[in-house]
Structures are given as C-alpha cells and as structure tokens.
Design a protein around this ligand. Structure first.
Ligand code: SDX
Length: 392
C-alpha cells in the first residue's frame, strides 16, 4: 500500500524538482536567472548571452560567446524536405500548431540529436535547435504571408538575424532598425525562463522518459499555446481590440471578468506565483512607451491597456485576489508595433522561452532525474463482472 496520497490540483503546492536555474519570489516580485536580476540582464545583456547563462550556468566570456554563436551559425541549415511539411498546412493553420509539428519533424532530419546521453551530444543537440528553431519561426511567418523562405544572414547577430529572416522583403533592402532589434532582444530575454511553469514542467516530464530534446520541446510548445499560459499574449490583444471596438468600454469587461458565471477572464492578469507585480510586466510596460515613442507609433490600444490596469489595481475583486498584470499584458503591444501579427505572439514567447526549456531539460537529464510518474486517488467503480452486449 502506498500510504496517504494527497491530491494537489495544478501542483499549486508541489515541488517537482530542485533547480539552480531560475529564482522567483512571488511575494516580492523578484526574478533572477542563475542569480542575476532580470532588470540587469534586460538592460545590459543580449539574448544569446542570456541563453548561454541559463543553459550552462555562467555568463560567457568573449571567446565562449563567439564559439557558441559560430557553432550555432554552422547548424542553421534546415533540410529543404521540411518545406514539404510546411506546404501541407493551410494558410489558416495557427503558427503554434505548425511549430509543434515542424519541431518534432526536425527529429527525422537530425537523428544524432535523439538518443543523446553525453554532455557533448547534448551540446550539439542544443546548438542545432537554437540554430534551426528561428529558421522554422521565420518560415512559418513567411509562408503565411506568401513570402519566399530564407536562411537569413550569418554575418548578423543572433537576434538581428532572427528579425531579418522574419521581415526581409524580396523587393527592397532590409532596413536595420536598432530600436526594433533592441526591443526584440529585450523581450526574448524577459521570456527566457520562469522555473517550473506549465510548459517547462511539460518539457521536463516528456524529457524524463528520454524521448529526446526536440520531442520534449515540441511538447513544451504545445503546452505554451494554451490561453491560460503563453497564449495569453494573443488573447490580451484580442481582448483590447474588442474593448476598443466597444468604444473603450473597459467597465463592461471588468464586470465580465469578475462574474463567476462568465468564463471571460481579464487576460494578461493574475499569476500562480506572483502575488505582486510581475517584474517582467513592469519592464515591458516601460519598454512599450519607449518603443512606440521611438517608432512614432500612436496606438490607442496602449492607452486602453493602461486604463484597464489602473481600474483593476483599484478594484476590490482584483486587489483581494492579488491579481496584477503579468508578462503577457503589455508584450503584445510591442510585438504589434514591431509588425508581428497577433497570432505569431505566442510563437515569439516560445522563441524567448527556448533557452529556458533547454536549460531545464539539460539540468533534469544531467541529474538523471527519474521518469515522471505521479500517483492518483482512485474514485471509480469497485470491481464488477463483465456483461455480454446482448444482456446490457
Ligand atoms: C504565463 O507559471 C508561469 O510562470 C507562467 C508564465 C511564464 O513565464 O511561464 O508566467 C507565463 O502563463 C502568465 C499567465 C498568462 N495567463 C493569463 O494572463 C490568463 C489569465 N490569468 C488567469 O487565467 C490566471 O490568473 C492564471 C492561469 C495565470 C493563474 O491561475 P491560478 O493560479 O490557477 O489561479 P486561479 O485560477 O485559482 O484564480 C484565483 C482566483 C479565482 O477566483 P476565485 O475562484 O478565488 O473567486 O482569481 C480569479 C479566479 O477566478 N482570477 C481571475 C483572473 N485570474 C485569476 N479573475 C479574472 N481575471 C483573471 N485574469
């Protein structure tokens, strides 16, 4: 007999592992990657540096960073056959569904990345997916827009190349825009890891069966897609656009959000761990003002978002439940200003979260964690005899 099994829905009070990667303090609104504050990293580091820090545990020196980037550049080829899989999707396919499929399809073209056991094999599987995933992201976007697919330009920085792959037009020179590249870099850093959230726990769970890194990441992308998780950034913009279409009537949506019988939630608000401001939301809100200002974009949606936040923070329902804006509340406003279509927002979240998923998968594998297999409390029928179909 296994003794008392306690059920903990959503694992609200269950620790699944020990980890040295990311530290959150939900009460104080603190977030650190390997001990470095998110505020410092967002200001002073770049995304590839942060990816290295999360995965290998230390900030890289010049030589380490240069080698890491070179190794990634060398692996940025995606087999042309993969385009046939992409061609199989209708233009209406949601990019997150396309990317879960393309990420697992990548396994077939990179067999050496499947049964990795040594650190060296893990390193190359990690380099391959960091190199190829941005290509898949850009192909998914460009396919939807009917643009030619492309591998980008490896003379550029990692994030600059991502932006170029996504937005380069065939008929005019790619405009390098520092404001846009820096905003993208900062957003990717802010999404890079967040300890045992739903999608990361999924990556660890699938990885614990030794299904391989790419399969684990494909599962993580699927989990992130949900509107309660990474899909919230798309849902926030759809909510703000609905409020705008409703003449900016935030009160109506606030009462819907508080109505127990109405499934509508104030998307981009609330968090399982943060019972204070999500530190990422503070940085993104400030960046939204800066980026829209620098780009000369006047977006009434930003004012609606700020109005909604102000109302919610002085509303008893939200204050009592300690519901604050989370990472998804303002991020979509910047993505929109950068010309990223709404249904690609969660893909941008996945692109940012990739290093975190990888770091958590690597930590789990290097520690030889046991396969994840929770117990249950059985509440079904007691034993009963089979009845032939003509007797039922
Ligand atoms: C991310 O885990 C992570 O770290 C995730 C993430 C990451 O970086 O990986 O931070 C990214 O997923 C951010 C969250 C994005 N999701 C949304 O913005 C969707 C809206 N938020 C909610 O669905 C909700 O707040 C969750 C899912 C984020 C958290 O849900 P919990 O912890 O399970 O809390 P709960 O559903 O039990 O809510 C507690 C109470 C309930 O009311 P009561 O039953 O107590 O009366 O607060 C209410 C909820 O109804 N509530 C909300 C609300 N969020 C919670 N009511 C209205 N609007 C909301 N947004």
């Amino acid at each position: 007999e296994t003794g008392m099994i306690t059920i903990d829905p959503g694992f609200k009070n269950t620790g699944s592992c020990e980890s040295a990667i990311t530290f959150l303090d939900g009460e104080k609104g603190i977030l650190r990657y390997r001990g470095y504050s998110i505020e410092e990293l967002a200001e002073k580091a770049d995304f590839l540096e942060v990816a290295y820090l999360l995965i290998f545990g230390e900030l890289p020196n010049q030589e380490e960073l240069h080698k890491f980037h070179n190794d990634i550049k060398g692996e940025s080829h995606v087999d042309e056959e993969m385009k046939k899989i992409l061609d199989g999707f209708p233009k209406s396919a949601h990019p997150m569904g396309v990317l879960t499929s393309l990420t697992s399809a990548l396994i077939a073209f990179n067999p050496s990345s499947v049964n990795v056991t040594s650190e060296k094999e893990m390193y190359w599987a990690i380099v391959r997916i960091l190199a190829k995933f941005p290509v898949l992201v850009s192909w998914t976007l460009r396919k939807k827009k009917g643009l030619p697919l492309d591998y980008g330009d490896d003379t550029l920085g990692y994030v600059e190349n991502i932006h170029k792959m996504m937005f380069k037009r065939p008929n005019h020179k790619y405009e390098k825009n520092k404001v846009v590249i820096d905003a993208l870099d900062k957003l990717l850093i802010l999404h890079a890891d967040h300890e045992q959230n739903c999608s990361t726990s999924t990556v660890r769970m699938v990885g614990s069966s030794h299904a391989g890194l790419f399969a684990s990441l494909s599962a993580g992308i699927a989990a992130l897609w949900g509107p309660l998780h990474g899909g919230a950034n798309q849902a926030v913009l759809e909510m703000l656009e609905a409020i705008e279409a409703d003449g900016g009537d935030t009160k109506k949506y606030m009462s819907k959000a508080k109505d127990k019988n109405d499934p509508f939630r104030l998307m981009g608000f609330g968090h399982r761990v943060y019972k204070n401001f999500d530190p990422r939301a503070k940085i993104i809100k400030k960046a939204a003002d800066e980026v829209l200002g620098d780009l000369g974009v006047e977006d009434p949606i930003l004012d609606i978002a700020k109005g909604l936040e102000k109302e919610a923070l002085s509303d008893k329902y939200f204050v009592d439940r300690k519901l604050y804006p989370n990472v998804d509340f303002y991020s979509g406003i910047i993505y929109r200003a950068l010309g990223i279509p709404t249904e690609m927002f969660t893909v941008m979240f996945a692109l940012g979260r990739l290093p975190g998923w990888i770091a958590q998968w690597r930590e789990m594998r290097l520690k030889n964690e046991p396969i994840g297999r929770p117990r249950q409390v059985y509440i079904g029928h007691a034993s009963r005899e089979f009845v032939a179909v003509d007797k039922r």
